[in-house]
Structures are given as structure tokens and as C-alpha cells.
Write a protein that binds this ligand. Structure first.
Ligand SMILES: Cc1cc2nc3c(=O)[nH]c(=O)nc-3n(C[C@H](O)[C@H](O)[C@H](O)COP(=O)(O)OP(=O)(O)OC[C@H]3O[C@@H](n4cnc5c(N)ncnc54)[C@H](O)[C@@H]3O)c2cc1C
Length: 494
């Protein structure tokens, strides 16, 4: 008889777990709090515009990469068109000078040397690491390789091992300080603009872009999630939407089922949570199955802070403008005591499906403070007023970039940390789980909980670094582990 499995959450990790579960003969059911698949990987429509809330780059978009094979297994890349950008972003400094972060490393090296000739050795070092990492391909199923293939693969992974040792504890800011050129010292930390961010994920992002392996999927994030949902349903899986899980039912230290907010209960042989880690461990399981290590993560490790996403539909064609640019502001925007001295804007004109013809979607993302929003949310009028104030401030800044644009705005939408929390249940509205910081990057987290049988976790809260490929891979790896436990061979198609 088929073993049964309940999966909590229809984000990318939950959907992937479900797909591989079905492929491997388990009878799976997903319970999702929202009425849509995708979790953080989402988009929403307003007045004919589609505002994308997630994918800027999808690792594994290059046909020659291993990750592409996983996307094929999940049915997302068949017939999928991708856009590889020539520029990752542009950063304009206070003096008006512009740094163009080209995705092609040779072009980037040339540009950086022109901007900062005195830093030539450091620029060469940085670009050579990007070149090195561009060659790294993470094998999906190394355990299936022969000894010879394993040795070859480990040799190919050497640039990763070497550079990881050298740079994972270096933050982007401290690396930037090595530049003699003040302009470089100003712009490099702004690429991601995150405190304590390890240099390695930045270098990897640039390497994947250089290898044309981190593109934008035409149609956007929700369309992408719907493709995996379709695959899951075709494989015979079941999804229960609008079904928030309140508790995990445990009998004699064995997870046996779930209880929904509406009181209904469901039972299965395995319970997998691909939902928020904090809620799963400390609420659904009442903190009964933790050790010092796990509680230490939630106490000490930095997370990706939540974002405010301001999405704007404008009656203006921006397709000839750079798709991503960060500008300094004449006067800062103050949100909850945090001052923003610069602001990044992205337009999505490279994907015609996201806006009416001749019009454009523009998005600004601002990293924010959860406590501020959580307090404000208690008073609806204040919350709405703050969103309106932010809208006006962002439009004013956009006007600095594109004069005359404020009168062309047709729709504006502000998603706050509370929006992320409401729709995805993520702890403190986090956009991506654990930050790949100089502290937390590279930690291997366990996928079960101490003392609890038949329960596992998948997704960004057990894979530091987050991201869509990591979430999908997390589900895939978990199914491999379960197949091994149940003495069956892992199957990756269906
Ligand atoms: C603005 C933004 C930009 C991003 N850009 C990129 C990018 O360019 N590339 C990239 O790779 N990644 C990007 N990410 C990160 C990526 O979206 C996430 O890391 C990834 O989608 C996480 O997937 P997940 O399945 O682990 O978690 P989630 O997406 O959080 O899925 C968890 C699911 O569980 C559900 N759930 C929660 N609680 C319950 C409950 N009690 N009962 C039932 N269901 C529940 C949620 O509704 C959700 O559907 C971005 C994220 C954001 C917000």
C-alpha cells in the first residue's frame, strides 16, 4: 500500500516535495493557507498591470546546468522563454558618476578598471573569482556517480571550495573597503545593500549571470509557480487551498497528522512542513522538539529582513531605459526612523506580458523593519496613511529619475512586511529566510526535529541562503532521503 504524506505549504519547496513524492509512489496532499500556489514566488494584477513580487533571476536557466535538469523534472522550463540581462544593475553615486554592474565579466572588468585604475589588482582578483565560480556546476545526484566521476566532479568543484574558504567570512562592506578608489568603496556595498552579507553569494550571483544561468522567466513568478502546481496535479497530487494549518498532531513522539485552523484534522504516515520554520517549530509543535542548536538559530542568526515593495503602473514606455538603476536621493525617505538615502528602481519592459502595450511596470524595493510595521498594523488608519505617504515619496524620487513621470502613474500598490506575513506566514515577514551572512552561510541544518518521528522540513528555513532553486532542491533532497529510509530507489520523472 502507498505511504501517505501531508505537506504543509504550497510554496516552491512544498510543490517540489509533492512532485517528487508523487513520482516516488507516495500519496501526497498539500495544505496551503493562501488560495494560490507559490508562497513568496508570486505576482499580482492591478488595472491590467502584473506586479511581480519575486524572481529577478532564476538560477538554472541555462540548459547546460544541472539545475536546469531539476526544472525540467518539475515541468517548468519546457517552452519557457528567459531573458538574460546585459546589466545586473546601475548604481549612481552622489556625484552623478555611474557604476554599471555588467553581467559579462570581461565587460565588467574593463569598466571597473576604467573607473578605478588604481585598483587594478583587486579588480582582477574579484573578476577572476567570478570567472572561476562561473565554471562551477552543482551536481544534483553525486551519489549515483562512479568513483571516477566523483573524483572528476570534486576537482571541478575545487574553485568553489577554495573561494568559499577564502571569502565566505568576508562581508561585502569589508571587501569594498579594500578599494583605494572612494567611488568603488561607495557603490560596491550598495549592490545588495544588506549588512553582514557574505561576499560569496554576491560573487556567485555575478558568476551565474556571467554564465547566463540566472535569467528572468518570461511570464513572471506566479506563472512559474503555476507550472509546478500543474505538474503536481498531473502527477496525481491534491492541494487544499485556504487551509491554514494550526497544529501538528503528535502521538507518542510520532507526527501523525495536522489540525487546521477551522478544526478539521487529517492524518498521514509522514508529515512534512514546507512552511515557515518558526511557526512550524514553535507554534504548530509548541516548541516541544528543539535543541540548543535549533533555538540558537532562531535567536542568533540574521534573516533576510522584510521588504516594502512599491509597484507602479505607468503610461510610459521605459523599454529603452536601463532595467535596473539605483539613484541617490536629494532628501532621504524616512520610514520608521530608518533613512533611505538612495533608492533602486526596476522596470519590467523586457517582459511584454506584464504591462499593457506602450506602458511599464516599475518596482522599488526597500528593506524595512518588521516591528515598526507590526505596531502600525494595529491601527488601520495609520497603516494606510503610512502606505500613502511612502507612495508619494517614491513617486517623487521616480520623478527625479524620469522627469514628468508622476502624471503618467496609473496605479500604485504598496506591499509591506505585514503583506508578506499575511500571505506567506513567513517569520517577521522575511523575504527569503536565513541571510547568507558572514555568520550563517554554509551551516547545514537538519531536516527533522530531535525526538520527533515521521516529521521533516523542507524549504528556505532549513537551507540557509534561501532562493527558489534552493527551495525546490530542498524538496527533491528530502524525497531522496525518504526513499532511502523506505528502501526504495529515488525516481525523478513521472
Ligand atoms: C521580493 C523578493 C525577491 C526575490 N527574488 C528572488 C530571486 O530573484 N531568485 C530567487 O531564487 N529567489 C528570490 N526570492 C526568494 C524566494 O522567493 C524564496 O526563497 C522561495 O520562494 C522560498 O520558498 P519556500 O517554499 O521555501 O517558502 P515560501 O515561499 O515561504 O512557501 C511557504 C508556503 O507555506 C505556506 N504556509 C505558511 N504557513 C502555513 C500554514 N500555517 N498552513 C498552511 N500553509 C502555510 C505559505 O503560504 C507558502 O505558500 C525573492 C523573494 C522576495 C520576497
Amino acid at each position: 500500500m502507498k505511504k501517505t504524506m501531508i505537506i504543509i505549504g504550497a510554496g516552491i519547496a512544498g510543490l517540489s516535495t509533492g512532485c517528487y513524492g508523487q513520482m516516488n509512489g507516495y500519496s501526497t496532499e498539500i495544505f496551503e493557507l493562501h488560495n494560490l500556489p507559490g508562497g513568496l514566488c508570486t505576482s499580482w494584477k492591478r488595472k491590467g498591470y502584473t506586479f511581480d513580487g519575486c524572481i529577478h533571476w532564476l538560477v538554472g536557466s541555462n540548459k547546460n546546468s544541472s539545475m536546469y535538469k531539476m526544472w525540467e523534472e518539475l515541468g517548468v522550463v519546457q517552452g519557457q522563454k528567459f531573458v538574460n540581462h546585459d546589466e545586473f544593475t546601475r548604481i549612481v553615486a552622489k556625484n552623478g558618476k555611474t557604476f554599471i554592474l555588467y553581467t559579462n565579466v570581461d565587460q565588467l572588468e574593463k569598466h571597473m578598471k576604467e573607473l578605478a585604475p588604481e585598483d587594478t589588482p583587486l579588480i582582477r582578483e574579484w573578476c577572476n573569482v567570478i570567472r572561476d565560480l562561473s565554471k562551477v556546476d552543482f551536481p544534483l545526484d553525486i551519489e549515483e556517480y562512479s568513483l571516477g566521476e566523483k573524483i572528476k566532479t570534486i576537482k571541478e568543484l575545487w574553485p568553489l571550495i577554495k573561494n568559499f574558504r577564502k571569502y565566505s567570512k568576508t562581508s561585502v562592506e569589508s571587501f569594498a573597503e579594500r578599494f583605494k578608489n572612494p567611488f568603488m568603496r561607495e557603490v560596491i556595498p550598495q549592490i545588495f545593500g544588506l549588512d553582514e552579507f557574505s561576499l560569496i553569494p554576491l560573487l556567485f550571483t555575478l558568476a551565474w549571470m556571467n554564465a547566463e544561468n540566472a535569467a528572468f522567466p518570461i511570464g513572471g513568478s506566479l506563472a512559474f509557480a503555476h507550472k509546478i502546481e500543474k505538474k503536481y496535479l498531473e502527477l496525481g497530487g491534491t492541494i487544499h487551498y485556504n487551509s491554514p494549518v494550526k497544529k501538528i498532531i503528535v502521538k507518542e513522539h510520532k507526527a501523525i497528522g495536522i489540525g487546521l485552523e477551522d478544526g478539521r484534522e487529517f492524518f498521514a504516515d509522514y508529515i512534512i512542513s514546507a512552511a515557515d520554520g518558526h511557526k512550524t517549530i514553535f507554534e504548530m509543535l509548541e516548541g516541544k522538539y528543539v535543541d540548543d542548536k535549533i533555538s540558537g538559530y532562531y535567536r542568533d542568526l540574521p534573516i533576510f529582513k522584510p521588504e516594502i515593495q512599491v509597484s507602479i503602473g505607468v503610461n510610459r514606455d521605459l523599454s529603452n531605459e536601463p532595467h535596473s538603476v539605483k539613484i541617490p536621493l536629494t532628501s532621504p525617505i524616512d520610514i520608521g526612523g530608518q533613512k533611505y538615502w538612495n533608492l533602486g528602481f526596476k522596470h519590467y519592459c523586457y517582459d511584454a506580458s506584464l504591462s499593457p502595450q506602450g506602458k511599464s511596470v516599475v518596482v522599488a524595493l526597500l528593506t524595512s523593519n518588521y516591528d515598526f510595521w507590526s505596531e502600525l498594523y494595529k491601527t488601520p488608519e495609520k497603516y494606510t496613511a503610512e502606505k500613502e505617504r511612502i507612495s508619494s515619496a517614491v513617486i517623487e524620487s521616480l520623478e527625479e529619475l524620469y522627469p514628468g513621470i508622476s502624471v503618467q502613474v496609473e496605479v500604485i500598490d504598496v506591499a509591506t512586511p505585514m503583506t508578506y506575513e499575511r500571505y506567506t506566514g513567513n517569520w517577521q515577514g522575511s523575504m527569503e529566510g536565513w541571510l547568507p551572512s558572514t555568520k550563517g552561510f554554509g551551516i547545514r541544518m537538519r531536516k527533522d526535529l530531535p525526538g520527533l518521528k515521521n516529521f521533516f522540513m523542507a524549504g528556505q528555513w532549513v537551507e540557509p541562503g534561501g532562493g527558489i532553486p534552493t527551495a525546490a532542491l530542498s524538496g527533491r533532497n528530502l524525497m531522496k532521503k525518504l526513499c532511502k529510509k523506505d528502501h526504495t530507489q529515488f525516481i525523478k520523472k513521472g
